[in-house]
Design a protein. Structure first.
Length: 305
């Protein structure tokens, strides 16, 4: 089944070129189907890129999904045209009376700050609290994972001596969980962050379950509330060229930028990236949609609580 997306969203044409079936709202409303409603709070600087990356992964399911985009009233993005934000995004304040089957909250470039120093932290706390009663299952990614763990469970983040940057191998600790159905014993995931959470803090908290980790980058996926919350410290959603763009952008302005680990063929930035995570990324998102959203959400979306 197709994804239902806002009319004229740039991702529609980009994904059609990849032969991914998407449908704008105008056409979708002609079908008598109750779609799954997914809301994305996109805090990443390059919002059109992140929209496309996430929609690509959400498309790998036979279910019809209606995607909405949320924005913060307390923050104005600098790297996305205001016209795009006005056309496709709505403030949390406008959406807070709605309910959603699933939610994705992305990372944000504010890792160097304490959570309370982030200018939009008050609004983020309101959204975290709202998601508990208005969303069936929520994915927290990278900074949002750290922020969500801190807000809900008091888990601190710790600065890293150097950036965790590259593709790292992870292991599933509870391979029987539906979220890992079809996974191999190990899987790769991109990371790009300056802080971390500690495995010991997660294991010491009775409400949290560590379900995937890595010898190189520690705790990587945490779940809570029987799958109503997933906290992912990496970026399964990244496109093949995302780390390449980030590396070359930073290299052009600084001379201390390290090459992302296990990313380029022969570890040579002049070569193409060696893509080793995309199959598991599609599988993870498909499993989330199927087992933790579709099979758990009520048919009457207003009954989510």
């Amino acid at each position: 089944m197709p994804l239902r997306l806002p009319d004229k969203l740039p991702a529609i044409e980009l994904l059609k070129q990849e032969h991914i079936f998407v449908m704008d709202y105008s056409r979708a409303h002609m079908q008598d189907i109750r779609p799954l409603k997914i809301v994305i709070l996109n805090l990443m600087p390059l919002k059109i890129t992140t929209e496309t990356d996430l929609i690509r992964l959400l498309s790998n399911t036979p279910l019809q999904i209606e995607v909405s985009f949320m924005k913060l009233k307390s923050h104005t993005p600098k790297n996305t045209p205001i016209e795009h934000m006005m056309m496709f995004y709505r403030d949390f304040e406008v959406m807070k009376n709605e309910k959603f089957d699933g939610m994705i909250i992305t990372g944000a470039p504010v890792e160097s700050l304490d959570f309370e120093q982030v200018t939009y932290w008050d609004e983020m706390q309101a959204i975290f609290a709202w998601a508990r009663t208005h969303v069936t299952s929520t994915l927290y990614i990278c900074w949002a994972a750290q922020a969500g763990l801190y807000y809900h469970y008091g888990i601190p983040k710790y600065p890293l001596p150097k950036k965790m940057f590259g593709i790292f191998q992870h292991r599933t600790l509870l391979p029987h969980l539906p979220i890992f159905r079809g996974f191999d014993d190990v899987f790769n995931m991109p990371h790009s962050r300056h802080s971390e959470i500690h495995r010991e803090d997660i294991l010491a908290h009775p409400e949290l379950t560590l379900i995937a980790d890595s010898d190189d980058c520690g705790a990587s996926i945490v779940t809570a509330r029987n799958g109503r919350e997933f906290f992912i410290t990496g970026h399964l959603e990244y496109a093949p060229n995302t780390l390449d763009k980030e590396y070359k952008r930073d290299r052009d302005v600084r001379d201390d930028v390290e090459v992302p680990v296990n990313y380029y063929r022969n570890d040579d930035p002049s070569c193409e990236p060696h893509v080793t995570w995309r199959a598991h990324a599609h599988l993870f998102y498909s499993n989330w949609i199927n087992y933790y959203v579709y099979q758990e959400t009520p048919f009457d979306i207003n009954k989510i609580e």
